[in-house]
Design a binder for this molecule. Structure first.
Ligand code: NAD
Length: 503
């Protein structure tokens, strides 16, 4: 990142192992959400800038693919060591542009680091199978090979973790990577690129292309990009999936969410209320795995809602660099949109038990503040239930039975994460079996799988067949080949035009 004459930093692309200004001349402001001040200007790539980045990633691919697995994974391991030592620096950058509290920023880096650690085991993960004498003197073996330059397009809410769901595996498998981060908090990507260079990654193997739609469109359509991993809102995920697959690319496009927490009458309500508050308001609700709807069965809501309200009212909202629990929203526009949902819920007849618009934050007057909000008596026809709000607004929907709750959850077009709170093992088993979502928690509110499992939702929360990281990630970034070989003995067998059979 280059300091300019004012305090406003210029945040550029990263091409060929160094910062790169690009030629578009377009930029966008980057703000500190806790103060409202513009702290940076990020370059926005046009198609020409994107082509320069793609050409660099293409040129770097053959040598990186052919570097021995031992040498590749040594670089990944060095990156892991540097990241582990220096993550407080990265956390500060994330807080300064995203707004989340420092502990939360550190938490996201740790979850990304788990994937880096997983990728250090790539030699084992890439092992194929071998069959000797499948036919007389004929052996078969399978190999998995990298694809080429691949693109990662990431959202604002996890500027470090979401890219790290993908790039450690893509790189360790031998691909070159172009990361297109969110233009709202772009500095983390450049910090990560610098770390890769320090770890010894050759120039061109990891590229950062800053920008918006123009940059994305070139990545989705350019013939030299072989695969696209996207994370963001559902309409853009659908667009990315349809455009990139139409251009022959392998695509995994993770979309938005509306995560339900089912609370059965036998649940421990203190544990449940803690979980609902942590999962509803952590990171100001700007998490794709945030709980946004509590589905309370029977009369349980009468006892649960006051417990959630009491805890949520105690949340300290403020500048993430201070000892607060919850930071601001990412932009003023997003804060106003989320506040609009509170008004919409109120107008539609929901009870506003706690109103985040009344928040008194520990932070500057210009910050994009909105406190925790609890809406009770929400019904499925209300806008607050239908839309993904992506802010600190928790809705409570009251239902009469388990079956009614399941019908509600399964009718929702999203299917990212969901959880059940109960002491009844049979009910929990039934829930995990019947619920239509990709990630399920049993008395665990945010069931984000570890790096060696795969992350991803169902329905409108994921387009494509492959989830992120774990075995599915390795599969996504490689393609299979099966080799059939015969090393002839000296005696000639003669011509045989018959179809090969297993004799
Ligand atoms: P977004 O869809 O606005 O942006 C995501 C990416 O797409 C960014 O890099 C952005 O620059 C780019 N983009 C935006 N508009 C575009 C357009 N018209 N054409 C092409 N590219 C475009 O999402 P966001 O606001 O940055 O992130 C929040 C969303 O991401 C929420 O919906 C959240 O649920 C989702 N999300 C999902 C997951 C998951 O795992 N399913 C994880 C994190 C975030």
């Amino acid at each position: 990142m280059t300091a300019s004459t004012s305090d406003v930093r210029e945040i550029q692309h990263w091409v060929d192992g160094k910062e790169h200004a690009g030629s578009s001349g377009n930029t966008a402001p980057v703000t500190n959400p806790a103060t409202g001040e513009v702290t940076g200007r990020v370059s926005l790539a046009d198609a020409t800038d994107a082509r320069v980045a793609i050409a660099s990633a293409k040129a770097a691919f053959p040598a990186w693919r052919d570097l021995s697995l031992t040498k590749r994974t040594q670089i990944i391991f060095r990156f892991r060591e540097l990241l582990n030592e220096r993550k407080p620096e990265l956390a500060k950058l994330i807080t300064a542009e995203h707004g989340k509290v420092l502990d939360d920023a550190l938490g996201e880096i740790s979850r990304g680091q788990e994937v880096v650690e997983f990728a250090c085991g790539m030699p084992h993960l890439l092992k194929g199978a071998m069959t000797e004498n499948a036919s007389t003197n004929v052996d078969l073996h399978s190999i998995r090979q990298p694809l080429g330059p691949v693109a990662i397009i990431s959202p604002f809410n996890f500027p470090a973790m979401v890219p790290m769901w993908f790039f450690p595996i893509a790189l360790a498998a031998g691909n070159t990577v172009i990361l297109k981060p969110s233009e709202k908090d772009p500095s983390a990507s450049i910090w990560l690129a610098e770390l890769w260079a320090e770890a010894g990654l050759p120039p061109g193997v990891f590229t950062v292309l800053q920008g918006g739609k123009a940059a994305v469109d070139e990545l989705l359509t350019h013939p030299d990009i072989k695969a696209v991993s996207f994370v963001g809102s559902t309409p853009i995920a659908q667009y990315v999936y349809s455009t990139a697959t139409a251009h022959g690319k392998r695509v995994q496009a993770l979309g938005g969410a509306k995560n339900h927490m089912l609370v059965l009458p036998d649940a421990d309500l203190d544990i449940t209320a803690d979980a609902a508050v942590n999962a509803g308001f952590g990171s100001a609700g700007e998490r794709c795995m945030a709980v946004s709807v509590v589905v309370a069965v029977g009369a349980v809501a009468d006892r649960l809602v006051p417990k959630i309200a009491e805890r949520a009212a105690a949340i300290r909202t403020g500048d993430g660099t201070r000892s607060c629990d919850m930071g601001p929203l990412v932009t003023a526009q997003h804060r106003d949109k989320v506040a609009g949902y509170i008004a919409s819920g109120e107008k539609a007849g929901a009870s506003v038990v706690l109103d985040g618009r009344d928040v008194r934050p520990d932070g500057a007057a210009g910050g994009f503040w909105l406190g925790p909000t609890l809406l009770d008596h929400v019904t499925p026809d209300m806008e607050v239930y239908v839309d993904e709000i992506f802010g600190p607004v928790l809705s409570v929907v009251r239902v009469g039975s388990y079956d009614e709750a399941m019908a509600l959850i399964n009718a929702n077009p999203y299917g990212n994460g969901t959880c059940v709170f109960t002491n009844d093992g049979g009910a929990a088993r039934r829930f995990q079996n019947e619920v239509e979502a990709g990630m399920v928690g049993v008395n665990v509110p945010i069931p984000v799988p570890m790096a060696y499992y795969s992350f991803g939702g169902w329905k409108n929360s994921l387009f494509g067949d492959t989830h992120a990281h774990g075995a599915e990630g390795v599969h996504f970034y490689t393609r299979g080949k099966v080799v059939t070989s015969r090393w002839p003995r000296s005696a000639r067998r003669g011509l045989d035009l018959g179809f090969p059979s297993n004799d």
